[in-house]
Design a protein. Structure first.
Ligand SMILES: Cc1cc2nc3c(=O)[nH]c(=O)nc-3n(C[C@H](O)[C@H](O)[C@H](O)COP(=O)(O)OP(=O)(O)OC[C@H]3O[C@@H](n4cnc5c(N)ncnc54)[C@H](O)[C@@H]3O)c2cc1C
Length: 487
């Protein structure tokens, strides 16, 4: 609170006082790499705070559209948010912001509704447009960042883009979102080059040229799989859809009325302890969903109370069960998936993938059904990798991440999930030193926070990081003001 007051005091003094030096000073440059939800919201908060400050903001995005990201750039109207509208405000201080925007746009503003993700993309775009209006120092740069090269004393860095251009920044924030999935099986490099295989499930040309009667295999049975089934439906696909995953667990649907179970004051610090508590709460509660929703606001606290050993134990034994209960889908989406399933066109298989063999007339996929010693095979025309984002650094193909890792500027989190960061999102280098220059927001913080991919967490991170990034600017201005008064 004290900090807020100081911040407001300085910025309001600056806006009232003409600053003759402002044009001559080189501005403090903040480069944000990635303009999906996190990058857009960070730019939004910065643009609101920066008004009178000598700051240059550069938002860099490699995709054709800003303020969309993987989730909200979808062209499929069947893709719905998996969180009710009432919880999707982009602003932590205004819980009803998204619902109010829906009402202003003349759309269904029921807080329990599950809005199309395209609509949410429009909402983000409106915030993006407001940022540009708020702050003339905000620039948008289209291109892929391939390297960040800090100067020797680590006070600034050159940000290089794939087209050979570059800029110098005093702070660089990686808002890269979820990274592409790893290959589903080691080896098979020839098959992975085939047009019959799609590593990137978000590619716009994923199903182009596909015979509507052709069988398709989706590897993985989480939210990405749900999206792909809906896309096939939307495109009028009539062929078989096979879904293969280790356990055959499918996402569950949200149920109403919502509620939150009360948790005991003293929470367990082990994965086993949590297992016992969850079973007990599920027995006592009207609905297990209330138990999961009761835990949700505390996940970061629970995760950080686990020892590294307990975090690994959770990841090994409980993660798949937690994921299906936590990442639920809209009831109408669940009904559509169920319809495709009962029509016999969607078959969910539990088993271990063993091999792909590409033949002239399709792909033979060999797998071992769960609990069986037998091998079975399927013949499909297209295989789509729906295994979910990769967060193990050593398996990430992203050129920027690989380069930063090779430079020793980042290191993997000990859990194996994402990067090592401080509580404020500063990246930690290979020697354990927190960077003053490089920050991240969003899914790359997963190992430290566990829950860091959805809007309810990201909106808070963006607001906090914006203030933190401006601290050196405020400190300089305060020092300069003090000197001015003394002289
Ligand atoms: C399909 C899907 C549906 C989802 N639905 C919901 C939902 O309903 N509710 C919810 O709360 N959350 C949902 N999520 C979670 C989602 O991750 C967040 O809501 C949010 O979109 C993540 O924002 P982000 O900015 O971290 O990542 P993204 O929005 O993916 O943005 C990252 C951006 O960085 C860009 N980029 C990456 N590397 C570079 C580079 N080197 N140079 C330049 N640009 C780069 C990418 O092009 C991308 O635009 C969903 C996620 C997905 C994938």
């Amino acid at each position: 609170m004290q900090h807020t007051t100081a911040f407001q005091r300085i910025t309001s003094q600056l806006s009232q006082r003409p600053d003759p030096d402002r044009c001559r000073r080189s501005p403090f440059t903040i480069a944000i790499v990635g303009a999906g939800f996190s990058g857009t919201l960070l730019a939004f908060h910065l643009s609101r705070l920066c008004g009178p400050l000598p700051v240059r903001l550069v938002l860099i995005e490699r995709a054709s559209r800003f303020a969309q990201g993987a989730a909200y750039s979808t062209r499929c109207p069947l893709h719905l948010l998996n969180v009710p509208a009432g919880r999707m405000s982009a602003l932590p201080e205004a819980a009803g912001h998204f619902v109010n925007w829906l009402a202003q746009e003349g759309l269904d503003a029921d807080p329990d509704s599950f809005q199309p993700r395209q609509v949410y993309g429009r909402y983000l775009r409106s915030l993006f447009d407001q940022s540009t209006e708020h702050f003339a120092g905000l620039e948008h740069l289209r291109g892929e960042v391939t390297a960040v090269l800090p100067n020797p004393d680590g006070t600034a860095a050159i940000v290089e883009l794939a087209d050979g251009s570059s800029l110098t920044a005093d702070r660089v924030v990686l808002a890269l979102g979820n990274l592409s999935p790893a290959q589903p099986l080691a080896g098979h490099w020839d098959f992975y080059q085939s047009p019959r295989y799609a590593r990137d499930p978000w590619s716009e040309t994923l199903f182009s040229g596909l015979d509507p009667q052709a069988p398709v295999l989706l590897v993985g049975s989480g939210l990405t799989m749900v999206d792909k089934v809906l896309e096939l439906e939307e495109a009028g696909h009539r062929g078989a859809i096979f879904v293969l995953s280790r356990r055959g667990l499918m996402p569950l649907a949200h149920r109403f009325p919502r509620g939150r179970a009360r948790l005991p004051a003293l929470l367990p610090a082990t994965a086993d302890g949590w297992c016992r508590l969850l079973r007990q709460l599920a027995r006592e509660s009207a609905d297990w969903q209330h138990v999961v929703d009761g835990i949700r606001p505390l996940t970061e606290q629970i995760w950080s109370a686990f020892s590294l050993q307990e975090q690994h134990r959770f990841l090994r034994h409980l993660r798949p069960y937690w994921e299906v209960h936590r990442h639920r889908i809209a009831p109408e989406v669940a009904r559509q998936i169920e319809q495709v399933r009962t029509s016999g066109r969607l078959q969910a298989l539990a088993g271990r993938l063993l091999a792909f063999y590409e033949r002239a007339d399709g792909v033979e996929v060999v797998f071992r059904p769960r609990g069986s010693g037998e091998r079975q095979s399927l013949k499909v025309e297209r295989v789509v990798n729906c295994t979910g984002p990769e967060s193990r650094i050593e398996r990430i193909a992203e050129p920027l991440i690989r380069r930063l890792h090779a430079q020793g500027l980042i290191r993997a989190n000990q859990t194996g999930l994402g990067l090592d960061v401080t509580a404020g999102g500063a990246l930690i280098d290979h020697s354990g030193t927190a960077s003053r220059l490089l920050f991240t927001i969003g899914p790359l913080r997963k190992g430290c926070l566990w829950e860091t991919t959805a809007v309810p967490e990201l909106r808070g991170q963006a607001a906090v990081l914006a203030r933190q990034l401006l601290e050196p600017v405020l400190a300089n201005l305060t020092a300069a003001g003090g000197q001015g008064q003394n002289s």
